[in-house]
Design a protein around this ligand. Structure first.
Ligand code: NAI
Length: 475
């Protein structure tokens, strides 16, 4: 006997579990199917973000940052630590406990909102009259029927040809978060978001880290003034970053990995490391969905084709998050999940793709919203720029972290804020105010007129707004 639902959500990551909760809040009878297993085979909803992405990486970034502070910066505060040591296995165990709290939190939220959870892999069986039959294979073998289907199956790490992930020597984000010993030499291919976050974690814990990046520019999608500032800080910390490289043969042995590569000048080089992390982007998860059984349209990358409202080519089938176009960010997936649930309930869900913030959780953190200076130039938009360095911010001095700046870009005629770019302490938190300002289409003058608490890092965003009009007060 099949179980009937108004809405079936396939995938319990940030896109899926949030969509399921919102649809249930709106009175729908909802099922969410997720196959992720914890160490004992039990359900571990939350997807990549919770299990092997955002949450565990932040747990390890925090632990490694504490170690870095205690090793190098406590002395500046007059604190002496003797016999400092570090236990990587314990750090990873703490990270696992943080992940479990989040898994359990989602299961609690499903109960609270009366979402039926199924642990297993969901795939399409067939289209029915005004509904779809979905098979769940796993701990629960079930047949479900849903009038509306939301696919939120996420993505997985892209492997480099000739260097398949074994999660022992060649690691994706999953293996990179599970190392229980600090590798002496760590190599990373791709210096994007994952490369920099994971490289930072293991460098702070003592690894000698080398990043090999194919593109000639460091963080090409980031405002280049901010990227240059970040690059300077990372190199000073000891990260080796090679740009414009061509990666050749990769030899994986029992004790290490040898990477042949060519530098930007065309000179042949070899990098010998204990472990290699490959972080060259991610691929949508659609293989296993049995999309062909119902004629669900995929593009050449294997992503589900959707319109601006996350509608697929099939009536009643929607898709959100990493499995569709757009940035692979948990908060973008959540916004799409909420909007789809609201559309299903006859409301007018909306996602503003121009105000989705980006954060790279390194130290200093990098965060931005809106267009970069290079984008404004290529779009032919006349703009004004204002920057304010954390060096001139009292709270940053007291924190002992004055790296970086806030940069604001505003329309030359209307003064509307077009982009804000931050590299520095707590950039991930500071960007929220800027997203809100842009969502309300604020001008830089609006931001400059808002009272900001003193002493706080947020005064730097106000000062950057003042800088757009060339009237900073503290610099
Ligand atoms: P990415 O797209 O951020 O960076 C991949 C880098 O690898 C690029 O710089 C690219 O030029 C380089 N690359 C590609 N092929 C290469 C090759 N053959 N040789 C050398 N370099 C090569 O992808 P990443 O870091 O794997 O992250 C995947 C996704 O996960 C991103 O889209 C990101 O949005 C998301 N993510 C977000 C986080 C956050 O919001 N803080 C944290 C971690 C991941």
């Amino acid at each position: 006997m099949s179980k009937q639902f108004d809405v079936i959500v396939i995938g319990g990551g940030p896109g899926g579990y949030i969509a399921a909760i919102r649809a249930a809040q709106l009175g729908k009878n909802v099922a969410c199917v997720d196959e992720w297993k914890n160490a004992t085979g039990g359900p571990a909803p939350g997807g990549t973000c919770t299990n092997v992405g955002c949450i565990p990486s932040k747990a390890l970034l925090q632990s490694s940052e504490h170690f870095e502070q205690a090793s190098h910066h406590f002395a500046d505060h007059g604190i002496t630590v003797k016999g400092l040591s570090m236990d990587a296995a314990k750090m990873v165990a703490r990270k696992d406990a943080v992940v479990k709290q989040n898994n359990d939190g989602i299961l609690y939220l499903f109960k609270k909102n009366k979402v039926s959870f199924f642990h297993g892999r969901a795939s399409f069986v067939k289209a029915l009259d005004g509904a779809y039959e979905i098979k769940v294979a796993g701990a629960a073998e079930e047949t479900l029927v849903g009038q509306q289907i939301i696919v939120a199956t996420g993505s997985h790490a892209r492997a480099l040809p000739g260097a398949a992930f074994d999660e022992s020597m060649v690691l994706s984000n999953e293996g990179a978060l599970a190392l229980t010993e600090v590798p002496k030499k760590l190599g990373l291919i791709g210096s994007g978001v994952i490369g920099l976050e994971m490289g930072s974690v293991w460098r702070r814990l003592g690894s000698e880290v080398t990043l090999l990046e194919g593109l000639p520019d460091f963080l090409g999608a980031v405002d280049q003034q901010i990227a240059k500032e970040a690059h300077k800080a990372f190199v000073k910390q000891g990260l080796k970053i090679e740009l414009g490289v061509k990666v050749g043969d990769i030899k994986v042995g029992k004790k290490g990995v040898s990477v042949a590569w060519t530098n930007a000048k065309g000179e042949a080089q070899t990098l010998d490391v204990d472990k290699l992390i490959v972080s060259i982007g991610r691929v949508p998860n659609t293989s296993g969905l049995n999309a062909e059984a119902v004629g669900l349209k995929l593009d050449e990358r294997g992503a589900i084709v959707v319109d601006g409202d996350c509608k697929t080519n099939l009536p009643g089938v929607w898709a959100v998050g990493d499995v569709v176009r757009g940035p692979m960010l948990a908060h973008k997936a959540e916004e799409e999940g909420v909007a789809v649930a609201e559309r299903i309930a006859g409301q007018h869900g909306h996602v503003n793709f121009t105000t989705i913030p980006w954060v790279i959780y390194t130290s200093p953190e990098i965060a931005w919203v809106g267009r970069t200076e290079q984008q404004l130039k290529s779009d032919g938009v006349a703009y004004k720029a204002g920057t304010f360095p954390f060096l001139a911010n009292g709270r940053a001095r007291a924190l002992g972290d004055t790296t970086g700046m806030v940069k604001m870009l505003a329309d030359a005629t209307t003064d509307e804020i077009l982009g804000v770019h931050i590299v520095g302490p707590m950039a991930s938190e500071l960007i929220a105010e800027c997203v809100l300002a842009m969502e309300f289409r604020a001008s830089s003058e609006d931001m400059a007129r808002v009272c900001h608490a003193h002493p706080s890092l947020s005064e730097s965003t106000k000062e950057a707004a003042l800088a757009v009009d060339k009237r900073t007060l503290n610099f």
